[in-house]
Design a protein around this ligand. Structure first.
Ligand SMILES: NC(=O)c1ccc[n+]([C@@H]2O[C@H](COP(=O)([O-])OP(=O)(O)OC[C@H]3O[C@@H](n4cnc5c(N)ncnc54)[C@H](OP(=O)(O)O)[C@@H]3O)[C@@H](O)[C@H]2O)c1
Length: 268
């Protein structure tokens, strides 16, 4: 597993982490991922998987970088603090490595929310502050509202079929030392081969590149995301075998011509 720096923190995180939205695989897939170096685990109060994550990482916490999120409807100061405490109770832990705002909420002053996030860092229950689904404009507002700590990450939709963030968000994050955590990197499985592979020409291009590099379409789709600076991916799988497959998307690179072939088939 290759690692990338989280924001400008000096903390190294794996370029492939483990998503847990709709996760119901029991402890084994997450534990196998950790064993293979996919030690960043992403959950959220919304997912109702924090308890399953807590159970899976019992006895392995030292190896894990734990990321969770506060709902966009819980962004008043007291609600943020309560949500973090509740997440820690479900995770059965005493520190969240990365606490992310799941989505912005124009009904709450951003300074109040970011102040609460900074308070959690001061209390020692959160190590780093991130956001999710933030546009460049929202990111700038959040950064301006911080008084002590940086925004280290923005978790956003990114995969071969959804490349919009290449226009402005990725360049902004590169310039500002913000890690892009790419969610739904397999386009909910539609880039991941087997019967669910895209039925059109795009699917055959993905398969052809996969064949050339002796990898699976899922591995190519994930590795393609990693060809971008500052990007890490968090595929989700309920299966040990597919987790092993996804982890093997790290440690090699597509050639410039393979990247170009894919990008022509999957235009922005
Ligand atoms: N911040 C946000 O607003 C937000 C939104 C969406 C997602 N996320 C995060 O991002 C994570 C990943 O996104 P996602 O779950 O939406 O979608 P995804 O990772 O793109 O796709 C997951 C789907 O792909 C299948 N799959 C995984 N690996 C596979 C493989 N190697 N071969 C074939 N099928 C495979 C999974 O099935 P099996 O489980 O059966 O393997 C599942 O149906 C989430 O779990 C969550 O942590 C965040």
């Amino acid at each position: 597993m290759e690692y990338r720096e989280l924001g400008g923190t000096g903390e190294m995180v794996p370029e492939i982490g483990l998503g847990t939205w709709k996760y119901k695989g029991g402890p084994e897939p997450l534990q196998k991922g950790i064993e293979l170096g996919a030690t960043l685990i992403d959950t959220a109060e919304m997912y109702r998987t924090e308890d399953a994550v807590g159970a899976a990482i019992k006895g392995r916490r030292g190896q894990v970088f734990l990321a969770t999120k506060v709902l966009g409807s819980n962004l008043r100061r007291d609600a943020v603090i309560r949500a973090a405490e509740n997440s820690l109770r479900l995770l059965d832990d005493d520190v969240i490595d990365l606490y992310q705002i799941h989505w912005s909420n124009s009904g709450v002053p951003i300074a109040e929310t970011m102040g609460a996030m900074e308070e959690l860092v001061d209390r020692g229950v959160v190590r780093y502050i991130g956001v999710s689904n933030f546009s460049v404009a929202e990111l700038k507002e959040a950064q301006r509202a911080m008084t002590k700590y940086p925004v280290v990450s923005n978790q956003v939709l990114y995969n071969l079929k959804r490349r919009e963030i290449e226009r402005d968000l990725i360049p902004y994050c590169v310039d500002n030392d913000i890690t892009v955590i790419a969610y739904t990197p397999l386009a909910d499985g539609s880039l991941a081969g087997r019967s669910r592979l895209l039925p059109d020409k795009r699917g055959s291009v993905l398969e052809q590149v996969a064949h050339e590099v002796s990898k699976t379409p899922a591995q190519v789709a994930l590795n393609w995301c990693l060809s971008r600076p500052n990007v890490i991916v968090i595929p989700k799988s309920n299966s040990v075998a597919r987790t092993v497959e996804n982890c093997a998307a790290s440690g090699w690179s597509l050639s410039p011509s393979q990247l170009a072939t894919l990008e022509e088939a999957f235009p922005i």
